[in-house]
Design a protein around this ligand. Structure first.
Ligand code: ADP
Ligand code: MG
Length: 350
């Protein structure tokens, strides 16, 4: 059989399946781009669980007209040094760098990318429809970027079959936004649409910013029903808040972990959390926590997979020990303490 190079359009669709698993992964990629662009405000609108519409608008740096075409090309990024002294993959400070998200989204749905950079006289937009790129045209826009995705997966219908209900997809989007918002209290986030209850987190600053944002995202009660965690071991820093044992939940959905500022989901980390509470919480209850790990980027790989948020630590035992030790110590120091919230919550106690 003759060997042929796949046309770009097909390559993009195959890649799209890896980067864009569901509407929430599109939201993650777009919001990360806005964060990387230095946005102070990020507004997100969705319809039909993100399948009919995802719109992310930011007031970040924007893009020059001539960069819009490149932005939607595969493997085109402004975030990786490929020539300078820091060239390579070892010094990544941005959330993105693979340069494939916009291309993948444009291959799977109908993408309209509109942007206006600081000094530009006007905004420009480019559309990519199932992989077909249309010419640039001027558009009205203030500084920043607006990305609109309609009919997600119309060009890759196999993906549509794997989606959950509109409600479940909308909830997954909310979760992604909450996690990113918790890592960036200095940015205002809003999320709205017919398919959801809307949220709006004003930017918060100063010393209490992190706890204020966690309160916005998890609920105000958590601010008083949690203990501050602060610990350090061999260059790994742990900080954040762990809920009182009396406010356990029926599932682990309210467990948030961040590694070097990125939201991650990781079985080792949730396992460490469970171990920390083993003596003070019933087995069918789950602690609430928002924990932030900071360590030398060389000691952790947070990009094991583009769409999944797994992490690989050089020394997993060290991280586990740090989490378990710090939380147990904080719990022991706090002694028995009733939650400030409704008395009913104490039913789940010890
Ligand atoms: P990556 O983020 O990995 O670089 P993407 O496909 O997500 O790849 O984006 C490609 C490029 O488009 C980015 O490197 C960036 O230069 C530009 N870009 C994307 N979104 C925005 C945005 N919201 N504001 C400014 N520039 C953006
Ligand atoms: Mg990106």
């Amino acid at each position: 059989m003759a060997i042929r190079r796949l046309p770009e359009e097909i390559v993009n669709r195959i890649a799209a399946g890896e980067v864009v698993e569901r509407p929430a992964s599109v939201v993650k990629e777009l919001v990360e781009n806005s964060i990387d662009a230095g946005a102070r405000t990020i507004e997100i609108v969705t319809a039909a669980g993100g399948v009919a519409l995802i719109r992310v608008s930011d007031d970040g740096s924007g893009m020059e007209a001539e960069d819009l075409g490149l932005a939607v090309e595969r493997h085109a990024t402004s975030k990786l040094d490929i020539v300078g002294p820091n060239a390579g993959l070892d010094d990544i400070r941005t959330l993105g760098f693979r340069g494939e998200a916009l291309a993948a989204i444009g291959a799977a749905g109908r993408l309209c990318l509109a942007s206006r950079s600081k000094d530009a006289a006007e905004g420009w937009e480019i559309t990519v429809d199932g992989g077909r790129v249309a010419p640039l045209r001027p558009t009205g826009l203030s500084r920043g970027t607006r990305v609109e995705v309609r009919d997600l997966f119309f060009a890759t219908p196999a993906r549509l079959k794997f989606l959950k209900s509109e409600r479940a997809e909308a909830a997954a989007i909310t979760d992604v936004v909450k996690r990113l918002a918790m890592a960036h209290p200095e940015i205002r986030f809003s999320l709205a649409g017919d398919d959801r209850a809307s949220l709006d987190y004003p930017a918060v600053g100063g010393a209490g910013a992190r706890l204020a944002r966690i309160g916005q995202a998890i609920g105000d009660d958590f601010r008083s029903d949690s203990l501050a965690i602060e610990a350090r071991r061999e260059g790994v820093e742990l900080s954040g808040y762990a809920g009182l044992p009396t406010v356990g939940r029926a599932n682990g959905l309210q467990q948030y972990f961040f590694v070097n500022g990125r939201p991650v989901r990781d079985k080792q980390l949730t396992g460490a959390l469970r171990a920390a509470y083993a003596d003070v919480m019933k087995r069918d209850r789950h602690p609430v926590a928002a924990l932030f790990l900071a360590l030398d980027p060389a000691l952790v790989d947070v990009n094991v997979h583009p769409a999944k948020a797994e992490v690989r630590f050089r020394d997993p035992g060290l991280v586990r020990g740090l989490i378990v030790g710090a939380i147990r110590q904080a719990l022991a120091a706090s002694g028995p303490r009733a939650p400030r919230a409704a008395a009913g919550a104490t039913v789940s106690a010890i």
